[in-house]
Design a protein around this ligand. Structure first.
Ligand SMILES: Cc1cc2nc3c(=O)[nH]c(=O)nc-3n(C[C@H](O)[C@H](O)[C@H](O)COP(=O)(O)OP(=O)(O)OC[C@H]3O[C@@H](n4cnc5c(N)ncnc54)[C@H](O)[C@@H]3O)c2cc1C
Length: 479
C-alpha cells in the first residue's frame, strides 16, 4: 500500500510515465536484453528530460529506494533494472540532432546505436560506436565503446565533447573540458557512477555512406591457421579499417552462406574497409591467397547496414554471459588455448569475438580519460556465452569461465573492460581501473555523489571527504 501511494506521488511529479506492477506493460518495461535476468523493480520512471530525472532522484532518495539508470538495457548483469527498487528509464530520450557544419551531434541519454547511426549517416558522418545496433549509447559510451571505427577514430568516449548530467543532488550540469573538467574526465570511462547523462555531444567523422565488407569463413580444423592469419592482418591494419576475429563461430543461416554450410562450426575473419574499394581489395587479397576460405562475403554496403549485420547473432531476450580480458599479443600459446577449448561450448550461438585495437585508440594518453584499460592493448577478447534458454547457458557459462581462466596467464589485463563485466564483484572494479584511476574516480565521486546514490553499477565508492584546504570543487583533479 505504501508503495502504491509512493508510485502515485511520483506520477504526480513527472511529465513522463511511471510504470509499476499494476500496468499491463510492466513486464515489457522491466525486461532487459539479457533474458537470463528477471528483476521486478518497484517502479520504472520514464523520464522525458532533466527535470523528470531530478524529480525521480529526489523521490528515490526520500523513499530510501536504490536508484538505477536504464539506457539501452544491454548491461550483462541487469543493473539497469534492479529487483525491488526505482529505475530511471531514459528510453524516451532517444532524439539525435546533427550539425554537419561543426561536425557535432547531440544525442539523448537513452538512444540506441541505431538511432545515432541513422541520424549521423544522413550527412555522411559517424560516431565510433559498437557493432550491434540495438545496444544503448549510454552504457556503451560511459565505459568506453569499441567497434569497427576504433582504429580510425578511437573509442566512443574519446569522441565525447560534452554531456548534460543530472547529479545526485538534482542539479543539471553542462559538463565538458572547460566546465567541471573533473566530472568530464570521470564520465569518459567511469560508467554511471557520477550522475544521469540526459544528453551526449559527440565529435563526428566523415564516413561512407558506403563501406566495404570482407567476411571469410573456414571450418574448425583450420582454427589455428585462421588466428595466425588474423594476427598478421592485425599487425599492419591501416587506420581506415576494422578487424574482428571470430573464434568458434557457427555459419549462420544467411543468404550468402551456401545451404550445405549452414550450421558448420568454424572461424571467421571480418575486415571492414572504411576508405575506398581499391584499398579494401588490397587489404583482403592476401587473406584469400594465404588460406582459401570455405565461403566469403566481399561487398560494398551502407555503413548503417554494417552496423546491423551482427544484430541477429545476439537478439533481445538471449540468455547471455560474458568474461573478457585484454591481450598484448595473440601468441601461439593463446591460439593453442583457444583452439583446444572452443569445442567445449554447447550452444551454436556462443563464440569468442576478438577485436583488434590500435591506431587512434592508441593515440590517447593513458591518463587522458578514465577508461579502464591500457591504450597499449592490442586485442580485446570476450568469451561470449549466448544460448536460447537458461539450461544451455549454464553449460556455456562454465565454458566461458574455463577459457577465461586458461587465458589469464597470457592476459595483459584481466576484466579490464567494465562494459563486459557479467558477474558484478567490487574487487573486479578495482582491477579494471587500477589503483591510480580508481582513487581519482573515488575522489570525484565524493564530490558529486558523496552518498553513493548511483551505486547499482560497476560501483566506485566515494573517497573519504577531503578537508576544505584540499577541496577542488569542479576544478581540475590534481594528479
Ligand atoms: C549484444 C551486445 C553487444 C555489445 N556490443 C558491444 C560493442 O560492440 N562494443 C562495446 O564497447 N560494448 C558492447 N557491448 C557492451 C555494452 O557496451 C554494455 O553492455 C553497455 O553497458 C550497454 O549499455 P546500455 O545503455 O545498452 O545498457 P544499460 O543496461 O541500460 O546500462 C548499463 C549501465 O550503464 C549506465 N548507464 C546507461 N545509460 C546511462 C546514462 N544515460 N546515464 C548514466 N548512466 C547510464 C548505468 O549504470 C547502467 O546500469 C555489447 C553488449 C551487448 C549485450
Amino acid at each position: 500500500m505504501t508503495q502504491l501511494l509512493g508510485t502515485e506521488a511520483l506520477r504526480a511529479q513527472l511529465t513522463g510515465r511511471v510504470i509499476d506492477h499494476s500496468d499491463l506493460d510492466y513486464d515489457a518495461a522491466r525486461s532487459v536484453w539479457n533474458g537470463d535476468i528477471d528483476h521486478r523493480p518497484a517502479a520504472i520512471a520514464r523520464c522525458t528530460g532533466p527535470s523528470d530525472v531530478a524529480a525521480a532522484i529526489a523521490f528515490g532518495r526520500e523513499q530510501g529506494l536504490r536508484i538505477s539508470v536504464r539506457g539501452g538495457a544491454h548491461g550483462f548483469w541487469g543493473a539497469a533494472v534492479p529487483e525491488g527498487d526505482l529505475v530511471i528509464d531514459l528510453s524516451d530520450l532517444r532524439g539525435v540532432s546533427v550539425d554537419p557544419g561543426s561536425r557535432r551531434s547531440w544525442c539523448g541519454g537513452g538512444a540506441t546505436l541505431a538511432d545515432l547511426d541513422a541520424a549521423t549517416q544522413r550527412h555522411g558522418l559517424a560516431v565510433p560506436v559498437g557493432v550491434i545496433s540495438h545496444t544503448g549509447v549510454g552504457g556503451l559510451t560511459l565505459d568506453g565503446g569499441f567497434g569497427w571505427l576504433v582504429h580510425k577514430a578511437g573509442l566512443t568516449v574519446d569522441n565525447l565533447l560534452s554531456a548534460e548530467v543530472v547529479t545526485a543532488d538534482g542539479r543539471t550540469l553542462g559538463v565538458s573540458a572547460g566546465k567541471h573538467p573533473d566530472l568530464f574526465w570521470a564520465l569518459r570511462g567511469g560508467g554511471g557512477n557520477f550522475g544521469v547523462v540526459t544528453g551526449f555531444e559527440f565529435r563526428l567523422h566523415a564516413l561512407g555512406p558506403l563501406v566495404y565488407l570482407g567476411l571469410f569463413f573456414w571450418e574448425a580444423e583450420h582454427g589455428a591457421e585462421v588466428l595466425r592469419l588474423g594476427r598478421n592482418v592485425a599487425a599492419s591494419l591501416p587506420r581506415d579499417a576494422g578487424l574482428l576475429l571470430a573464434a568458434g563461430l557457427t555459419a549462420p543461416l544467411a543468404p550468402f552462406v551456401p545451404a550445405r554450410h549452414h550450421g558448420t562450426p568454424g572461424y571467421a575473419l571480418v575486415v571492414t574497409g572504411l576508405s575506398s574499394a581499391r584499398e579494401h581489395h588490397r587489404l583482403i587479397a592476401p587473406i584469400r591467397e594465404a588460406l582459401p576460405p570455405l565461403f566469403e562475403l566481399v561487398t560494398p554496403l551502407p555503413y548503417v547496414e554494417l552496423q546491423k549485420m551482427l544484430d541477429s547473432a545476439a537478439p533481445w531476450g538471449s540468455h547471455a554471459y560474458k568474461k573478457g580480458l585484454y591481450l598484448q599479443e595473440l601468441s601461439d600459446e593463446v591460439i593453442v588455448v583457444l583452439t583446444e577449448r572452443i569445442p567445449g561450448k554447447s550452444s551454436s550461438m556462443s563464440f569468442i569475438p576478438i577485436f583488434s585495437l590500435g591506431g587512434a585508440f592508441a593515440d590517447v594518453a593513458e591518463q587522458e580519460t578514465a577508461f579502464g584499460g591500457s591504450r597499449a592493448t592490442r586485442f580485446v577478447v570476450n568469451m561470449t556465452a549466448i544460448a536460447p534458454d537458461a539450461e544451455s547457458l549454464a553449460t556455456d557459462r562454465a565454458w566461458a569461465q574455463s577459457v577465461w581462466q586458461a587465458l589469464l596467464p597470457h592476459a595483459s589485463e584481466s576484466d579490464g573492460y567494465v562494459n563486459v563485466m557479467a558477474d558484478y564483484d567490487e574487487s573486479l572494479v578495482h582491477v579494471a581501473y587500477g589503483p591510480a584511476k580508481y582513487q581519482r574516480l573515488a575522489r570525484i565521486k565524493a564530490r558529486y555523489d558523496p552518498d553513493n546514490v548511483f551505486r547499482i553499477n560497476a560501483n566506485v565508492k566515494p573517497a573519504p571527504q577531503p578537508t576544505s584546504a584540499a577541496h577542488h570543487p569542479g576544478g581540475v583533479e590534481p594528479e
